[in-house]
Design a protein around this ligand. Structure first.
Ligand SMILES: [Ca+2]
Length: 341
């Protein structure tokens, strides 16, 4: 993964990362102007989005287990640290069947007043195909190698394509444009945590051994799509078919988890080192430059396409800084069971 800084946004195949020095990271400086009427408008939108949240959180309890983690098959990216395959043990834990939805996140914001990193920075990254052509041409593409990522003012979880856009109609889709810090705050609020990448991968495999997809080794069994990945040719796509889908789209895996691969990348609690699979001890808190290591994201998204990024697999991984937000990244929750007795 190329960690070089390019302006304020660093290059990555899967999504640019905010690359401001860590000192500035905790204190975003580009706070958008806000007025009483902006706040009232946001409160009304949040209330509307929260209205369709359900009380039920569907959890999948998984007992302690050992599994073969990682991949060395032809689809794997060795440079990402997908291999070598190794035996990993996970303690018993529970994981949410779906990613956290827009409606659920709205309820959290309504209850806590949480302001996301994207709102503090005043912009976020949006896939160009989701923008009206007139707007797309005006939005900067901060990373030359991935020109389809546009830095859009006002883009945030309730306005995922920028000022004037809305998440209305997508209440049951995964929330996006949330940083790992925002995801952690949500998890804290519900008494949960983010899964480690070991837990995430074990859960995503759904009981299968060393299969690239949560359902087996064929991506599109009998020609049928089993996950939300990029339709058509990248980056043009099929108009109207690019973007997030409801969190319970497609069949769940053998454990009952939906959309681990595709739809949105999912934040984990683990930090990224390309050598971390080979040497777990290296998966510490700093990378080779001494900077704080970035959190790992898993699962791939609606933007993955075989022509440039086949990270829509159970073992694939990427990372972004903890304050980055992207239009294709969300999260799901994990719980540690209370100790018996
Ligand atoms: Ca996913």
């Amino acid at each position: 993964m190329n960690r070089s800084e390019m302006g304020a946004v660093a290059e990555s195949c899967c999504g640019p990362s905010r690359a401001t020095p860590s000192k500035q990271r905790s204190q975003p400086t580009t706070t958008p102007a806000s007025s009483a009427s902006d706040s009232a408008t946001k409160a009304a939108v949040v209330a509307e989005l929260a209205a369709s949240a359900t009380e039920e959180l569907q959890l999948i309890g998984l007992g302690a287990a050992k599994f073969q983690m990682g991949s060395e098959d032809a689809l794997a990216y060795p440079a990402d640290g997908e291999g070598p395959v190794r035996t990993v043990r996970v303690a018993s834990f529970a994981i949410s069947a779906t990613a956290v939805t827009v409606a659920e996140f709205a309820r959290f914001v309504q209850a806590t007043g949480h302001v996301t990193d994207a709102e503090k920075y005043g912009d976020s990254l949006v896939f160009q195909g989701l923008l009206p052509p007139r707007l797309r041409d005006r939005m900067p593409a901060p990373v030359a190698s991935t020109p389809w990522w546009r830095q859009v003012p006002g883009a945030c979880w309730f306005a995922p394509e920028g000022s004037g856009s809305t998440a209305r109609g997508r209440e049951d889709h995964p929330v996006t444009q949330v940083s790992q810090r925002d995801a952690q705050a949500y998890a804290d609020w519900v008494g949960a945590r983010l899964p480690t990448e070991e837990e995430w991968e074990y859960a995503s495999r759904g009981g299968l051994d060393q299969q690239p997809y949560p359902w087996g080794d064929v991506r599109d069994p009998e020609g049928q799509r089993r996950m939300n990945i990029f339709p058509g040719e990248f980056p043009e796509g099929v108009p109207g078919e690019v973007g997030t889908k409801p969190v319970t789209s497609f069949k769940p895996n053998g454990f009952g988890l939906y959309n681990t691969t595709g739809n949105v990348w999912e934040w984990t609690a683990s930090t990224f080192s390309s050598g971390s699979y080979a040497s777990p001890a290296a998966s510490g808190t700093t990378d080779s430059t001494g900077a704080a290591a970035d959190p790992v994201m898993r699962g791939g998204s609606y933007m993955c396409h075989s022509s440039y990024c086949r990270r829509y697999r159970t073992s694939a991984r990427t990372s972004a800084s903890a304050d980055s937000s992207l239009g294709h990244t969300g999260f799901r929750l994990a719980f540690t069971p209370a100790s018996p007795g």
